[in-house]
Design a protein around this ligand. Structure first.
Ligand code: NAP
Length: 299
């Protein structure tokens, strides 16, 4: 079987090109979409993500407001910063990079973000809107990118059986809510599998689309994938590799080499879901700016 490689970088570039016209419209109205990114502590992966997001904002002509806070920052100080960002008209999107230090309650921080600036889609108001199918909310970026990759790969989502392995809010559960909605580019029959599920392989093998979002390096093997299925690998895991200059490399939750000949299409890691997630963050930020400006009354 010829397996199609779903190239997240290409699709992300397409999204950026699509955003250009909205950014131009906003600029003509003297509005520059602005994304505030807050990082607490010095987690190297978080600092890299934040740098990448700021660089992408700059490339697109969005303003980015980066705040790097020391690890000992108190919860009240972070809440005060969020309050300022909520009230700042130049800021249309707010993202607090996870993980936060253990003394800060992540839930309290998420709930403090104005839902209309919650471009990560984690605020309970936005989660509820997703569950209700209300398009005026924000959907988390990673589920949005999985959906868009399926659409771009020409996968008929409506009526398909999608098996999602992992039930976190950031990926699995939100993707299930998104793909089961009645409507365009959704309408799937969704099965959500997790650590309490029995015989995951037996169930996932029946699926037309398998989404792996577990955080387990190369866990999903050929026994989990039905012949001709589409595979979306959300996982990002570091594994040691002495042949690599850094001594490690990134792999997904799917054993790519083992399953690639069995599936009809698959996302690579890196270069699949990852680049698309940043593109969806930019899309949500531009949407937030359009909504705040009143230029677009569309959801
Ligand atoms: P998470 O919060 O740790 O959730 C993992 C989920 O997988 C949980 O629901 C867990 O089940 C389930 N799980 C773990 N081991 C399992 C097993 N052996 N069998 C069945 N289910 C199992 O992780 P996450 O934040 O969703 O992230 C998942 C992966 O995606 C990670 O590798 C992460 O780095 C990556 N990620 C990538 C992007 C991107 O942009 N590409 C974005 C976000 C995350 P329980 O609920 O029962 O514990």
């Amino acid at each position: 079987m010829t397996t199609k490689l779903i190239d997240g970088k290409n699709v992300a570039e397409k999204v950026y090109r699509e955003l250009e016209s909205d950014i131009r419209i906003l600029k003509a109205a003297n509005i520059q979409p602005g994304l505030a990114v807050v990082v607490v502590g010095e987690n190297p992966a978080s600092l890299t993500y934040v740098r990448n997001k700021a660089a992408r904002c700059e490339a697109l002509g969005l303003s980015s407001f980066k705040t790097e806070l020391p690890v000992e920052t108190k919860e009240e100080e972070l809440l005060a910063l969020i309050e300022n960002l909520n009230n700042d008209p130049a800021v249309h999107g707010i993202l607090v990079q996870s993980p936060l230090p253990p003394h800060i309650c992540e839930d309290r921080i998420i709930r403090a973000i104005d839902p209309s600036k919650d471009v990560d889609g984690f605020h309970p108001v936005n989660v509820a809107k997703l569950a209700l199918g209300d398009p005026t909310g924000f959907v988390p970026c990673t589920p949005l990118s999985c959906q868009r990759l399926l659409v771009e790969a020409g996968v008929q989502i409506s009526g398909a059986h999608v098996a999602i392995i992992g039930r976190s809010m950031i990926v699995g559960k939100s993707l299930a809510l998104l793909l089961m909605q009645k409507g365009r580019e959704a309408n799937a029959t969704v099965t959500v599998l997790h650590s309490g599920s029995h015989d995951i392989a037996k169930i996932s093998r029946q699926a037309d689309v398998v989404v792996a979002a577990m955080g387990r390096a190369r866990y999903i093997g050929v026994e989990h994938i039905g012949e001709g299925a589409v595979v979306i690998d959300v996982g990002i895991n570091r594994v040691s590799d002495s042949s690599h200059p850094k001594g490690w490399r990134l792999v997904g939750d799917v054993d790519f080499d083992a399953v690639r000949d069995r599936c009809s299409a698959i996302t690579p890691v890196p270069g699949g879901v990852g680049p698309m997630t940043i593109a969806m963050l930019m899309q949500n930020t531009v949407t937030a700016a359009l909504r705040a400006s009143g230029i677009s009354m569309n959801p």
